[in-house]
Design a protein around this ligand. Sequence first.
Ligand SMILES: [Zn+2]
Length: 81
Amino acid sequence: MKKCNQNIQNICDYIDGELDGSLCEEIDKHLKECRNCRIMVDTLRQTVVLCREGRQEHLPAEIENKLNDALRRKWEKKFKK
Ligand SMILES: [Zn+2]
């Protein structure tokens, strides 16, 4: 089983709907077994929705840090292409 931090990058793509079928299944499987990542996905989804609606909500610091880290890595990956 993959560790959570190996899934963060994929979870971003998972939420964006950009993830391959097989990786998507891997995340689904991990989410069933891992409460932390489920919370993260829920939070990330909410954040994405709130951003699209132009609203903001204060997130728990720990989740916000993880989120920022994941998003930063995602952006770095995009800009390096
Ligand atoms: Zn996890």
